[in-house]
Design a protein around this ligand. Structure first.
Ligand code: UT7
Length: 332
């Protein structure tokens, strides 16, 4: 408790990586019955990146290396690693352990965090709590996904939405109150798990010839239901976080939302009363990359000077679970 009052956790540097192969809407229209016009008008997506030979940990490693470079931090200084993902390299061990080895980190605690598209924001809150209570000075948090591996390329209702990539942040514990990660909110509702899930491959339906034949290892989604839940949950969570911080919507310089659908982002802009021009949007080029979506957008927003030192930035996410989260940051 004493530590919390005197200290803050700041974001010292961010980085991201997207695989080079671009899959356009026109490319998709040759695979399933869809069109560039439908995808653009219903989702805002124009293209997405697809990993060919790279794994989730390969992309996580590249994003983390850039984040450490931008933070001016050496791998030997990192005390804690969290990787948010639903598409780890293996069922076990964790992708964070694989990534730790690839990055050449010390034998620090490493674990994966599964909160789907809210995973990066869950990781920020988790890392902050561990840093304030456990004294870890520098943490690396990564959102990394290879969604192309669990996408049903025969299902036009889902395959047009997703992409691959990774984003990372270096967090630092500093002896100054009121900076960096100011406030946050996390929540979940497991009663709605079947509106967005991968049915098989776990203990309920282990892999078998039947689960493969039934295409149960791919993402299944009731798009409409997810859409409605996303708008309500993200709007509510963002408001809660602003209230906790005592900050008004007018004071927010930039909102970095989960990049799932431009219509969801517009609805949140209306609910929060924050003009769409203050939202960072890059889903047109990356699609929905789940846990990687916010850190990729945050990195791009920072490189494009969308905010400056002292500005308030609001991050807000929603995903399978259902899960939702929001975080308010005062940028360094
Ligand atoms: O990361 C968090 C999780 N994901 C999300 O947040 C996604 C949330 N949901 C969405 O973004 C939207 O619901 C979608 C983009 C997935 C779908 O948009 P929609 O406006 O909700 O469309 P719909 O599912 O109600 O489908 C409308 C029509 C249907 O045809 P009929 O039944 O009206 O004849 C679909 O079969 O559009 C059809 N459709 C398509 N047509 C062309 C569905 N997918 C496609 C497609 N191309 N790719």
């Amino acid at each position: 408790m004493t530590v919390e009052k005197a200290s803050s956790v700041i974001i010292k540097g961010v980085g991201s990586y997207a695989p080079p192969h671009v899959l356009t809407n026109d490319d998709l229209s040759k695979i399933v019955d869809t069109s560039d016009e439908w995808i653009r008008t219903r989702t805002g997506i124009r293209e997405r990146r697809i990993a060919k030979d790279e794994t989730t940990s390969d992309m996580a490693t590249k994003a983390a290396q850039e984040a450490m470079r931008n933070a001016g931090v050496e791998p030997s200084e990192i005390d804690l690693l969290i990787v948010a993902t639903v598409t780890g390299d293996h069922p076990f061990p964790s992708t964070s352990c694989v990534t730790q080895h690839k990055l050449g980190l010390r034998k620090i605690p490493c674990f994966d965090l599964l909160a789907a598209c809210s995973g990066f924001l869950y990781s920020i809150d988790t890392a902050k709590a561990l840093m304030l209570s456990g004294g870890y000075k520098k943490a690396l948090i990564i959102g990394a996904e290879k969604l192309s591996g669990i996408t049903d390329w025969d299902d036009r209702g889902t395959c047009v939405l997703f992409g691959d990539g990774a984003g990372a942040a270096v967090l630092e514990l500093i002896d100054e109150p009121g900076c960096g990660i100011i406030a946050g909110d996390m929540g979940a509702d497991g009663s709605e798990r079947e509106i967005l899930f991968v049915p098989a491959g776990g203990s309920e339906r282990p892999a078998s010839e039947k689960t493969i034949a039934d295409r149960e290892h791919f993402i299944k989604m009731q798009g409409n239901q997810v859409f409605k839940n996303a708008v309500v949950a993200m709007g509510r969570s963002a408001k809660k976080t602003l209230e906790k911080a005592g900050i008004s919507a007018d004071e927010v310089a930039c909102v970095v939302p989960h990049q799932a659908n431009i219509r969801i982002i517009e609805a949140i802009s209306n609910r929060l009363g924050i003009g769409i021009e203050r939202f960072k949007i890059n889903l047109d080029r990356f699609g929905n990359t789940s846990a990687a979506s916010i850190p990729i957008a945050l990195d791009e927003a920072m490189r494009n000077s969308r905010f400056k030192s002292g500005d308030y930035i609001l991050l807000v996410a929603f995903g399978a679970g259902l899960t939702w989260a929001s975080t308010l940051i005062r940028w360094q």
